[in-house]
Design a protein around this ligand. Sequence first.
Ligand SMILES: [Zn+2]
Length: 483
Amino acid sequence: MEQKLTGMNIIIQVIVAVLIFLLMSRPALAEFTIEDENKVGREFYEEMVKSHALVEDPRIVNYVRAVGQRITSQLPITLFDFHFSVIRSSAVNAFATPGGYIYVNSGLISLVEKESQLAGVMSHETGHIQSRHIAQMISKSQKVSIGSLAAILAGAFLGGGSNLTAGIAGFSMATATSLSLKYSRENEEEADRKGMGFLVKAGYDPQAMVDFMKIMKRYEYFSNTIPSYFLTHPGTEDRIAYLDSLRITTYPSPGKDSIVGHLKRIQTLIQLDDKDQERALKHFQNDLRKNPSDVDDLYGLAVTLNRLGRNTEAMETFQKVLSIAPDDMDVIRDLGICYYQLGQADKAIIPLKEVVAAYPNDVEAALYLGKVYNATGNYSDAIKLFNTLKPPISDDADVHYNLAVAYGKTDQAGWSHYHFAMYFKKKRRFDAALFHLKAAQLSFSEYSPMAEKIETEIQSMGAKDKSLQRKPRDSVLHMKSSE
Ligand SMILES: [Zn+2]
């Protein structure tokens, strides 16, 4: 917990720095326009990406996106392109920034009991965005200095003066609070009113919004802490009463609990995204005590056992879950990866091929299949597969290394040298990279596009190499011995 908060603090500090920069470069703050919203929203998002604050597993991201799009596609009119992201944080929170960006913490996804409850939270955030609440706050607060406005914004986005924002150097969250530029009760009611309308239009049960607030109250009681969500969205008791009144009077008919489906699998994947394997192990073992043949928990247990190096148990668990759910692609995928990691590449071919054929966007599965091809001597298929990958994964050090090996084994020295060069460039060993680029240059005809590409790389690498010349130059020898 401690560590998580510290990590979050670093992220927040970076974000605050970006906001200061953005707002300092703006001469006047008379009106916070849609353009301003998009700009701040985008930069904030890019900072979240750069700080590795976001969950990257495409299965989790696609799920949240699907729920979000279900809601926003019902909007009669909108000024924004919506973006949905998952923040890797156990703090139970969700928020929207200007410009149509909705963030949900993984901790909140783990806590909800139904997809409709997650949809309710996202509908509420959509309500804030559609009403431009943050833009209104900024436009109204013309007396606020640029510096404190940055603090206010960070406070509004990331949970106010809670423990999350504590320790940010140079900012007084107290200033932000005393200016009372948090969401007002009216803001919350408007977001709830609009949100429930969006939720119902999307086909979900409006009761879910009331239920989520009750889950949060329970969570608050048992954890003895105020959840971040209540800090970003104040007025809890008022909100429960207001939501309940809306549901009874305006939306009396029930809707669906689940539309996209498989929330439990997404919650399993979130648990697997947690780096603490022992905690994940306990979680799955506990759940399995209640229901020993639960496919999601068995799958989670198998992957966790594999990661903990308990290979025999992992394999047994994979076989058990496959006997219950033989067509489960997540299980097939991770079984394939497990085989490869156990040095049984030949057994990994069929499962991984099946997954890559079904999900061409699963880059991790593709990367493993490529490695499996290399490990089983099928270099031409490895080359073919790696060359279908698109940036940024195609520029991954691992991909370059495996391509370099595959090309080397098939006597394509020029391409092998080129990818070794790109591999060493990624590893910031520029002299080793330069050596391979010069070797690669000999294999391509003088005016070919590849020769030009290599020449450009040599030019930029030469500059980088010079700046590193004070360092000992043993990398080439070192590299040769490892080739
Ligand atoms: Zn709110």
